[in-house]
Design a protein around this ligand. Structure first.
Ligand SMILES: [Zn+2]
Length: 649
């Protein structure tokens, strides 16, 4: 997926779960029985808790290897001063089902001297050991005589580093901070010690650091990083502000991640576009644009709009940064060209856009190099080029239209993109109608009026282009002496095209969003509020902020936002169209008003996280659950997303 367009159906469904939420859920399901025998004495309780916590979190992203009888491994903290950790299979230890379980051991010395209570460093060490197990470096045959101090080969060491770091970032740990573990080995004069013991051909830590920092591996890590995937989730939900935060975090961890820079720019540009109204579009004098594309791997509303123009500059800066890192990035060029078409001066910068679209056209000719760009995105990029530039250009007009048509036909063959393809056609028709209307020819203007009428019927009324189109339509009707349909007749209220709600903004302009790191967010709301354990075994906590009527629930990241009481911020609802006005659902609203916005297609649920007896009406498409009081007004709203059952990609 890559095109988020002005159509209601451009949103791909179902949404993929961002890793953070998936991890929280896996924890909730709690199907894995964790065993942890921790030795007594000098290992502190904090250290033991941290080992348990980090191991459990890593295990949620590690696929169970086939070669062992039982999984997960048993893990132990050994209360000895050695700088040691290893993975093995111990034939002497069988569990109650007589199964042989792999084993991970970590020594107090390593916790004291290398980890130093840093979870990301610990994640590096434990993930390295887990990788030895999942990569098949430890077999059941090893250790017949008891625990064998592992003697891994040089290649196995490097592989465990490489694979382990993927687990680290996928579980949401920081790559930069995790790298502190190997760095600490170098700095603490243990640069030739592998933590599994000294082997003759072990790679040195300096060598291992170099490998982990290589461009090739970094590329794998940023794609696996949970913040990247969370950002993609927010882009798909069109929560552009939350997406901006996620991709900013990726660029801080991986400054060379050109894909994150493109997506960051896209999130910024879309916030800018969202803030444009009909007057802005009229002044730009441009037809309907289809918004660009973002990078997806493995497969919002901006509270009070601050300085809109600076968003545009931020976006352009991000695209340029991406192009500095890699100068043939198709999406970066197409999105940057789109930015020049909606220039904040109110006049499209056609020169820049033309230069970039020429590059886009050239890159698209190389089918092989652009194989990951789907036909719908290709059609959308060219449609913007045609709307912004080529429809006026005799030499390009027909040729580009033919290309767009070719990609649209391919997009229409896929069920997921068929509706979105229709919205690209609508955008083309709108521009065609504008051109026809401008001609002096009576028949052309009649045709323009018909095209506009179709456009108005097919386009959500909340699109900023809708009212522009209606004015032109009414104008033409007057000129031609034909009857025009009233705006109300053409307006079609829709209840199924809201964006998924992923955040709320408090009165102090703090954006509270799902999948954000819960402790950081809690501190920004009120650092004196401590989290209370919700369910011991799920590792969930809740942070209650009575002053702003907001409760956060989550493990490491926020998985639900509960709003109640008079100070709770309203939930902003936005349709999927760009520039669409927002509506809100707030505490105290009568049921009739809520249903006028959202309809009555809710599923009833009595599985409130906090109180199992409470019943909510859950609007899955919108991601909010509403509870009414005795007087039928809203008393509680929960913002959360649920995995969709069945169906689709
Ligand atoms: Zn190793």
């Amino acid at each position: 997926m890559s095109t988020s367009s002005t159509s209601r159906s451009a949103r791909p469904r179902p949404l993929r779960w961002p890793n953070a939420v998936a991890v929280a859920l896996a924890t909730l399901v709690g199907s894995v029985a964790f065993v942890s025998n921790v030795a007594h004495a000098a290992v502190s309780q904090d250290q033991r808790d941290m080992v348990d916590r980090v191991m459990q979190r890593l295990l949620t992203v590690v696929e169970e290897p086939e070669q062992y009888d039982a999984w997960p491994p048993q893990w132990l903290v050994v209360d000895e001063p050695a700088l040691n950790a290893f993975a093995t299979v111990d034939r002497r230890q069988r569990n109650q089902n007589n199964e042989l379980r792999p084993l991970v051991r970590i020594y107090r010395g390593l916790l004291d001297e290398i980890v130093e209570m840093n979870e990301d460093r610990l994640a590096f060490v434990l993930a390295h050991e887990l990788a030895h197990l999942t990569c098949g470096h430890v077999t059941s045959e090893v250790g017949d005589t008891g625990v064998l101090d592992a003697a891994f080969t040089r290649e196995q060491e490097l592989e465990a580093d490489r694979v382990g770091m993927k687990y680290v970032v996928a579980a949401g740990y920081s790559y930069r901070d995790a790298m502190g573990a190997p760095q600490q080995f170098v700095e603490s004069d243990h640069s030739y010690t592998s933590f599994e013991g000294i082997g003759t051909d072990h790679p040195s830590w300096i060598e291992r650091l170099e490998l982990l920092e290589s461009d090739e591996l970094q590329k794998q890590y940023w794609r696996a990083a949970s913040s990247f995937q969370t950002g993609v989730f927010f882009l798909r939900a069109q929560n552009f502000q939350a997406a901006e935060f996620s991709f900013r975090a990726v660029t801080e961890e991986f400054p060379k991640c050109y894909e994150a820079w493109v997506n960051l720019g896209y999130a910024q540009l879309m916030q800018y576009c969202d803030a444009l109204d009909s007057d802005d579009l009229e002044s730009l004098g441009i037809g309907q644009l289809i918004v660009g594309g973002f990078y997806e791997r493995m497969g919002g509303t901006r509270g009070p709009v601050g300085d809109i123009e600076s968003l545009w500059w931020d976006a352009v800066g991000s695209f340029q940064r991406a192009l500095t890192l890699k100068d043939d990035l198709l999406l970066a060029k197409a999105d940057l060209a789109l930015a020049y078409l909606v220039h904040p001066s109110g006049t499209p910068d056609l020169g820049q856009a033309a230069r970039l679209y020429a590059d886009v056209a050239e890159l698209l000719e190389d089918e092989e190099a652009t194989a990951n760009i789907d036909p719908l995105t290709r059609a959308a990029m060219l449609a913007n080029a045609w709307v912004g530039l080529y429809h006026n250009d005799e030499s390009q007009n027909a040729k580009v239209l033919a290309q767009i048509e070719q990609f649209l036909k391919r997009a229409e063959q896929r069920r997921q993109t068929a509706d979105a393809a229709a919205s690209v056609r609508a955008a083309l028709d709108y521009t065609r109608a504008r051109s026809l209307a401008a001609s002096g020819d009576q028949a052309n203007r009649g045709e323009a009026m018909e095209l506009l009428e179709d456009y108005l019927a097919a386009t959500p009324t909340t699109s900023a282009w809708w009212s522009l189109a209606y004015d032109q339509y009414a104008d033409l009707a007057k000129q031609l002496g034909k009857p025009a349909q009233a705006a109300d007749e053409l307006r079609k209220p829709r209840t199924d095209d809201w964006r998924i709600v992923t955040s709320v903004t408090t009165g102090d302009d703090i954006v509270v969003s799902l999948a954000a790191p819960i402790r950081r967010l809690a501190a920004s709301l009120d650092e004196t509020v401590e989290g209370e354990r919700l369910f011991q075994r799920f590792g969930l906590k809740q942070y209650v902020f009575g002053d702003v009527g907001t409760t956060l629930i989550g493990g490491r990241d926020v998985i639900a936002i509960v709003l109640s009481g008079p100070n709770a911020p309203p939930v902003q609802l936005r349709r999927e169209t760009l520039g669409a006005q927002s509506e809100q659902v707030a505490i105290g609203m009568p049921r009739s008003e809520v249903e006028a916005l959202l309809g009555d297609a809710w599923t009833s649920t009595n599985t409130s996280i906090i109180d199992p007896d409470q019943r909510h009406e859950f609007y899955e498409d919108v991601g909010i659950a509403v509870r009414y009081g005795d007087d039928n007004t809203v008393v509680e709203i929960i913002v959360t997303v649920a995995p969709r059952r069945g169906g689709g990609k």
